[in-house]
Design a protein around this ligand. Structure first.
Ligand code: PEP
Ligand code: MG
Length: 590
């Protein structure tokens, strides 16, 4: 006799990272983006085969490393030594010898043996006080990651290899992994970690994949092949939904699609306030391919082109020609519309595979963005030359990230001039007559805004990092995600301060952090004097709709009121009460 199984529907709540809803089967992947490493026994007669499989993966890794070294451009040569060291480490007794021994002695699969050996090595090196040894430890970990990818790649699947429509469930996804997601295969994704404004979430929005991040411990409930609903708009995940829930969500999907279609239909209307003030609503992109969606959603230009993804997806640095060609694709599609090319903002949470293997204890405060570029002028120069060249073909601006003081912008500008001179000497077509801006995303830049204003044509406020650094909230950490509050009075005062300085110095004032994509914040930004708001492309239509529903005068009066309270909750309530009704935030009820 069969019993009707009782529905075991479970609702999990995480961070709403990318809107939309999907229903599908869970596909669990591990921390490295490959299937969770499982332990299994190897019989005596198959041990040799298993060791051979490990050796093959090591050989493949060695070939890969040599391939990178040989094909790397001139300005990458300095890093070649590190890769050569990595190639030598492949046969290191501690790694190579011990893994083979573990396979033999414990009769386990190569992945498991490697994992065990590496965690022992990690523990051993982490406890050492000598920098040299710690670095050697991180080199070994780096090399073992490559071997692991090759091992797993031979028999199991990785993100790129998933061949059915699934919902990706991962402990964590790096921005580089997220950008490799194939839209036709992945319907949505869920992670244990990740916080508000993390780059992983930002990419999910650009890809228009519903995503819920930062599920924390609840994450463990989800099993491979479970039927799940991802409600990216509400930040909810429903595991094993009942029939009623499934029907309710099918309806929600329909309503969401209708809402999106309505918004998209009006996306091409300009963003003009009731009292005739025009705002430019721009798109943020990570990859040149995304430029089309900026136009489709009615964007007036690119307010932030995050160029680092070209460096994340390949093991070697891109050449000047490769960069130029990618930038040219964007320029060609955008016609005369402005394109703000931000120089390389790698590291932080966007570690590059070409790194020197050093694991930074505090990457957000480490060798990131402009700091990295100024330390590696050759790599920076390659990008600057590509930007100067493409500026001859379109309406380009340059934007320098993570500026913390005036010396950095002066040095960056000096290198920009040097790059222009070198192009002139080489007789290559270029244009250096374009707007130069700094991102205001470090608190010291807010304080020094009056000095920075003398050096540039525009400010672009990066609220994602400004909030992270000012409130000391790791933007990628779900534990503190509830404290990540754009309407914190400290943030509002900083924005107002920078806006006043921009106005006094006749500087253009833009914003490209996620804060710009929240329609409820738009009245405040308008009142402060922002002329351009840039955001993930799919938010453009709703923000434009908000602009068309408000007037500058009214917003200015309201801003005065909002700057008075000192409690975040009161400010949030004031904003919700005043502007919430203009836009039905519950988009499902449209
Ligand atoms: C920001 O920090 O607000 C920003 C736009 O840059 P990113 O998110 O790439 O750090
Ligand atoms: Mg930033």
């Amino acid at each position: 006799m069969r019993y009707m199984e009782e529905s075991k529907e479970i609702k999990l709540v995480g961070i709403s990272a990318s809107p939309g809803i999907c229903i599908g089967k869970a596909y669990l992947v591990g921390r490295e983006g490959v299937d969770v490493i499982k332990k299994y026994s190897i019989s005596g007669k198959n041990l040799d085969k298993e060791i051979k499989r490990f050796k093959l993966a090591v050989k493949k890794t060695k070939d890969e490393l040599h391939g990178i070294i040989e094909n790397s451009p001139e300005d990458f040569r300095q890093n070649a030594n590190i890769l050569e060291t990595h190639a030598l480490l492949l046969k290191d007794k501690m790694l190579y010898g011990s893994t083979i021994e573990t396979i033999e002695n414990e009769r386990v699969n190569a992945e498991w043996a490697l994992k065990m050996v590496v965690s022992k090595i990690k523990m051993m090196f982490e406890g050492m006080s000598d920098d040299y040894f710690r670095e050697r430890g991180s080199d070994i970990v780096h090399v073992s990651d490559r071997i692991m990818r090759n091992l797993v790649g031979q028999e199991q699947v990785n993100i790129g290899g998933i061949n059915k429509r699934v919902i990706l469930v991962a402990h964590d996804l790096s921005p580089a992994q997220t950008s490799q997601i194939q839209l036709e295969r992945i319907m949505g994704f869920i992670t244990e970690r990740g916080g508000k404004a993390s780059h992983t979430g930002i990419i999910a929005q650009t890809l228009e994949i519903p995503a819920v991040l930062g599920l924390g411990k609840q994450f463990g409930i989800i099993q491979h092949d479970d039927i799940i609903i991802v409600d990216g708009s509400e930040g909810a995940v429903i595991v094993s939904p009942s029939d009623e829930t499934l029907i309710r969500y099918e309806e929600k999907i329909e309503q969401y699609e209708t809402h999106k279609a309505n918004l998209t239909r009006e996306a091409h209307l300009p963003a003009i306030t009731l009292d005739n003030i025009t705002l430019n609503i721009m798109g943020n992109i990570e990859l040149p391919e995304e430029v089309v969606s900026v136009l489709d959603y009615g964007g007036d230009g690119i307010g932030l082109y995050r160029t680092e993804f070209q460096y994340l997806s390949k093991p070697e640095f891109p050449t000047e020609m490769e960069l130029f060609e990618k930038y040219k694709d964007v320029v060609d599609v955008m016609g005369g519309k402005p394109i703000t090319i931000r120089t390389l903002d790698i590291n932080g949470d966007k570690a590059i595979s070409q790194g020197n293997g050093t694991i930074e204890i505090n990457p957000a405060l480490g060798l990131r963005a402009i700091r990295y570029c100024l330390k590696k002028p050759d790599i920076f120069m390659t990008q600057l030359r590509a930007i100067l060249r493409v500026a001859a073909y379109g309406n380009v601006r340059i934007l320098f990230p993570l500026i913390s003081g005036v010396e950095e912008i002066m040095e960056a500008k000096r290198l920009l001039c040097e790059a222009a001179e070198s192009l002139h000497r080489d007789g290559v077509v270029f244009n250096k007559d374009f707007e130069v801006g700094v991102m205001i995303e470090v608190p010291s830049a807010v304080i020094m805004a009056d000095t920075l204003a003398k050096e540039v044509d525009f400010f672009s406020i990066g609220t994602n990092d400004l909030i992270q650094y000012s409130l000391a909230i790791d933007r990628g950490n779900f534990e503190v995600a509830h404290m990540y509050q754009p309407l914190h009075p400290a943030i509002l005062r900083m924005l107002k301060h920078v806006a006043d300085i921009a106005q006094k110095n006749h500087l253009k004032l833009y914003i490209c952090g996620e804060m710009a994509s929240e329609p409820l914040y738009v009245p405040l930004l308008l009142a402060m004097g922002f002329g351009e708001l840039s955001m993930n492309p799919q938010s453009i239509p709703i923000v434009k709709r908000m602009v068309r529903s408000i007037s500058l005068e009214d917003c200015k009066q309201f801003l005065k009121q909002v700057l008075k309270p000192t409690e975040i909750a009161i400010i949030n309530d004031m904003v919700q009460e005043k502007y919430g009704k203009l836009l039905s935030q519950k988009i499902y009820s449209e």
